[in-house]
Design a protein around this ligand. Structure first.
Ligand code: DGT
Ligand code: CA
Ligand code: CA
Ligand code: ZN
Length: 572
């Protein structure tokens, strides 16, 4: 196993943490931290330097002793000294240092006086009011430990993007309503349109920082103020969602936006690239030596690095920086590119609005076409349509289609794939429909092989068009069923059928990586809402967000086509 710079840094960091807990001399602790920092920011591989016999003591903060330790780590993959310290002081104590307000002295006291070594043990002890009697603690500290732990636990919970959207709009309005505010934007994973967000990161620019912060903590939905400083503040909304605000100056707005949009991996990659050009990037701007070059917009920062502008949805360090360097970034799809919606339900099965209501709403949204895809009989909870009911339905849809000149309404079904891969309606019925969406709603527990075979068999039916919610996952409640997705995508390409990117916010199935897989295979996807009521037609945008994260361009998506082209593509 080759030793990376980060391995060396991690070992030095852990030594520093453990020595600190033991109460070692602060200069000694700092020496290890500085060494970790030096190794982290080094542009060359330390293992290679050792191999080439380079003199490590020329690096900042590395003396003879630390150089010898680096040699030991590179040559053996570990460090005897760390093992010795770990024998004296339980290494899991280090985790407690991550708790806000918990310094090394306190961690040491918890260990020495109460034998508490883990966060769980700490919580238990605090709940049992055993922490207050430890020297250096008290009832107040004990209470605040419990609150902090509760908050940390909540932090792990993530919020669906559409829910986050409901909070962001009104909060930004609230901040903009005072004088002296110039710009307010939400950065972080929210701006990258990730399917869930851990917390919200709001950036504001303006003249009266204090006033903006005061306005922020005074927002009516704030349940708890975690911190309130001169340029930043964190609160938890009543719903449990944490929001971080930073107020920055107009001249560094672009640098701050870039930094706080992330992702962290994207930032680190950019920063390392900049270092190779002797440039330093941080949240205040781009610097050469001590001179600040620029930082007002993201565009000029990417430009200075000779990169095309990178859309936030792509910033995950998945090749976008290399593509920007070659000026070969995808031309990402937008909501305006879509001409219709190819999956929705009505009161004929489990929808809440009638055919006419859904059609009128789609027409208002300016669509050229929609497909009505109610369930087939097997999906009993959804009161699916049998052959007779469907025949009647086709007549109703065609009548309404003639009535509404602006909108084309496709007759369709979401036909259930039975356990053996047969479909839930006979071929002669399916043959009458404009669009057949097919999907799995049962037997999620089959092995990957069996599930893949099952869907392949369904795909062999010449009347199906689009495989809906292909992996069956529901974010937070249901794992995707085991599946050979790549094989299925290639099979769909061979057979002239397609995959859905289900835009429903708790499905978003395909995910971003799978969208990109489809693109690389050459398989087109349909972005469809699966709306069960009029108000859900707007979910199309979440499908577009995910598609953008998956590098999709208009031509990769089925329903960017005008109807005539779409009809040809559906013709198997
Ligand atoms: P989340 O909140 O878990 O959905 O994900 P993010 O990406 O919003 O992450 P968050 O809220 O922890 O931080 C917001 C941004 O700040 C992140 O995307 C990049 C930047 N950032 C945070 N920590 C670091 C760091 O240690 N290094 C760098 N380079 N950037 C960081
Ligand atoms: Ca965040
Ligand atoms: Ca944050
Ligand atoms: Zn379905």
């Amino acid at each position: 196993m080759p030793v990376h710079n980060s391995d060396v840094a991690r070992i030095f960091g852990e030594i520093a943490d453990l020595l600190e807990i033991e109460g070692a001399n602060e200069f000694r602790v700092r020496a290890y931290r500085d060494a970790a920092q030096t190794v982290t920011t080094l542009s060359s591989n330390i293992a290679d330097m050792v191999e080439r016999g380079e003199d490590l003591t020329e690096l900042p903060g590395i003396g003879e002793e630390l150089a010898a330790k680096i040699h030991e780590i590179v040559n053996t993959g570990g460090l005897k000294q760390l093992e010795e310290i770990r024998r004296r002081t339980p290494p899991e104590l280090v985790n407690m240092l991550d708790i806000p307000g918990m310094g090394p002295k306190r961690v040491q006291a918890l260990y020495k006086k109460a034998d508490i070594t883990t966060i769980d043990e700490l919580q238990e002890a605090a709940q049992a009011q055993r922490v207050r009697d430890i020297e250096g603690f008290g009832p107040k500290t004990e209470q605040s430990i419990l609150e902090v732990l509760e908050r940390e636990r909540r932090k792990d919970a993530r919020t669906l993007l559409n829910i986050a959207d409901d909070f962001v709009g009104p909060l930004i309005e609230h901040l903009r309503a005072i004088e002296g505010v110039e710009r307010v934007v939400a950065a972080g994973s929210y701006r990258r349109r990730k399917e869930t967000v851990g917390d919200l990161d709001i950036l504001a620019t303006g003249t009266h920082r204090q006033r903006i912060i005061d306005r922020f903590v005074g927002y009516e939905d704030v349940g708890e103020i975690i911190s309130q400083g001169e340029t930043k503040s964190s609160v938890v909304l009543r719903t449990g969602l944490q929001v971080d605000l930073r107020v920055v100056s107009e001249e560094s707005a672009g640098a701050a936006l870039l930094y706080f949009t992330g992702s962290k991996a994207h930032n680190i990659h950019l920063r390392n690239m900049a270092l190779e050009q002797d440039l330093k990037i941080n949240e205040y701007g781009v610097f050469r030596d001590k001179e600040r070059l620029l930082g007002e917009t993201e565009e000029e920062i990417y430009g200075l690095l000779d990169l095309s502008y990178i859309e936030p949805e792509l910033r995950e360090d998945r090749g976008e920086i290399e593509a920007a360097q070659a000026h070969e970034l995808p031309y990402l799809i937008t909501l305006e590119d879509l001409r219709g919606d190819l999956q929705m339900h009505t009161t004929a099965s489990d929808g809440h609005n009638t055919l006419r209501e859904m059609a009128a709403a789609a027409s208002d949204r300016g669509y050229d076409y929609i497909a009505i895809t109610d369930h087939s009989p097997r999906v009993a909870v959804a009161r699916g349509l049998d052959a007779d009911a469907l025949a009647k339905r086709i007549d109703e849809i065609q009548a309404l289609d003639e009535e509404l000149e602006e909108l084309r309404i496709l007759t369709g079904i979401e036909v259930d794939i039975l356990e053996d891969g047969e479909l839930d309606l006979p071929d002669d019925v399916l043959a009458k429909l404009d669009l057949v969406v097919f999907s799995v709603h049962s037997n999620f527990g089959l092995s990957a092989d069996k599930q893949t075979e099952r869907i392949l068999r369904a795909m062999d039916n010449p009347y199906v068009h689009i495989l809906a919610h292909p992996t069956g996952r529901k974010i937070d409640t249901r794992e995707p069923y085991p599946l050979d997705l790549e094989r299925l995508m290639r099979a769909a390409l061979d057979r002239g059928c397609y995959f859905e990117l289900n835009a429903y916010p708790n499905r978003l199935d395909l995910d971003d990586v799978q969208c990109r897989m489809a693109k690389e295979i050459g398989l087109k996807v349909a972005i469809s809402t699966d709306a069960h009521r009029v108000s859900e037609l707007r979910y199309l945008r979440y499908g577009v967000d995910q598609a953008r994260r998956g590098w999709l361009e208009p031509e990769d998506v089925l329903n960017t086509r005008p109807w005539q082209e779409l009809r040809e593509l559906l013709d198997r």
